[in-house]
Design a protein. Structure first.
Length: 356
């Protein structure tokens, strides 16, 4: 082990005072610096929390830019609004910049949001979204309301540039020569530091697509709007889905009466970027069209993967040899999960999901 560093001398501290006079945000990392995350917002799914933050009980970090990207109907808006609802329960005010006219009172109420306490802001262009968000963050900082707001931008993929809008009004057909991508990169650059200073999480959704020039499909998809959202987000989650057919033999499989074919879909989440724990962690979650995102879905697979539960054929047991039997026998055993399985998973995640 390396020797313990000696204390910083008084003369050295006086040198550092020069920086403190120039930048009031300067501090030692152990003194609550701007780069330290002090709060997390629950996603509504424990396994999703774990691949983002390294803990089933955390979620998306406060004061950072977080992205959820994927094709249509992969739960991006649902997950983001669920995060806003969980933050709202802690007294935080959600602000939604909506580019698709996709968020209304009914959909907000459905995920647990109180629509009377959500600020809804319809937007069209990158520039107006950037300017309004910056002014909001500046106001939060000036009025010392850090940590009191959470912002979503849904979605980046539907924002146009002001030039594009002006060209349409003038009947011009000139192609966008990167103006929109440059605008998005400018927006992300501007918001990154201010979000941290205001301790305000900004969550965006974005569209993904395959590169038509690629010989083979890639695991990590391209995003709409260039590389700005990829470079400047602290966490980027890529979503995909698989529709699940309704199993009439399963009494627990709740469906909407008129939806006889599908009960929901399995969402696959992959962290293609993460500044807090190692990236490229993957999980699966079940989104039921009637009851919503299952908070505990995917945990059985994590428990098996981390050795907290051992699968032997079609039955299961604990590492100490305690027989659990078939999954249906213990999946609803709340005491077993609360006292044994969940603490076991959390302990393993703290060891495995961290940078060394």
């Amino acid at each position: 082990m390396p020797d313990k560093d000696p204390d910083i001398s008084s003369d050295a501290l006086k040198c550092l005072d020069t920086i403190d006079k120039l930048n009031p945000l300067a501090s030692f990392l152990s003194e609550g610096s701007l780069s330290n995350v002090t709060e997390y917002h629950d996603t509504g799914c424990m396994v999703l929390n774990s691949i983002i933050s390294g803990s089933m009980y955390k979620g998306v970090p406060g004061g950072r830019i977080i992205g959820f990207a994927g094709p249509s109907m992969t739960g991006k808006t649902y997950i983001i609004n669920k995060i806003l609802a969980n933050a709202q329960k802690k007294g935080i005010v959600p602000v939604i910049f909506d580019t698709e006219a996709a968020v209304d009172e009914v959909s907000a109420t459905g995920v647990g949001l109180d629509p009377t306490k959500v600020k809804y802001v319809p937007v069209q262009t990158v520039e107006e979204t950037r300017n309004m968000t910056v002014k909001l963050l500046d106001s939060i900082i000036d009025k010392k309301q850090q940590g009191k707001f959470i912002i979503s931008i849904d979605s980046l993929g539907n924002l146009c540039s002001q030039k594009e809008l002006d060209d349409v009004e003038k009947n011009k057909t000139a192609a966008d020569m990167g103006t929109r991508a440059k605008g998005l990169k400018s927006m992300m650059r501007t918001l990154t530091f201010k979000a941290a200073e205001a301790n305000t999480t900004i969550i965006f959704s974005n569209h993904t697509y395959d590169d038509p020039a690629a010989l083979f499909p890639t695991l990590v998809k391209n995003q709409s709007g260039g590389k700005g959202p990829v470079y400047l987000a602290s966490v980027l989650v890529q979503l995909a889905k698989r529709d699940e057919k309704h199993d009439k033999s399963n009494e627990d499989d709740q469906v909407i009466a008129s939806a006889n074919r599908y009960s929901g879909c399995t969402l696959r989440a992959l962290t293609v970027k993460n500044r807090f724990i190692p990236p490229f962690l993957e999980c699966e979650m079940y989104l039921n069209f009637k009851t919503g995102l299952d908070k505990y879905s995917g945990l059985r697979e994590v428990a098996i993967g981390q050795g907290v539960v051992i699968q032997t054929g079609s039955t299961y047991q604990l590492p100490d040899g305690t027989k659990l039997g078939y999954y249906k026998n213990w999946k609803d055993d709340k005491e077993l999960w609360a006292k044994t399985i969940l603490p076991g998973i959390e302990g393993k995640l703290k060891e495995v999901y961290k940078y060394s």
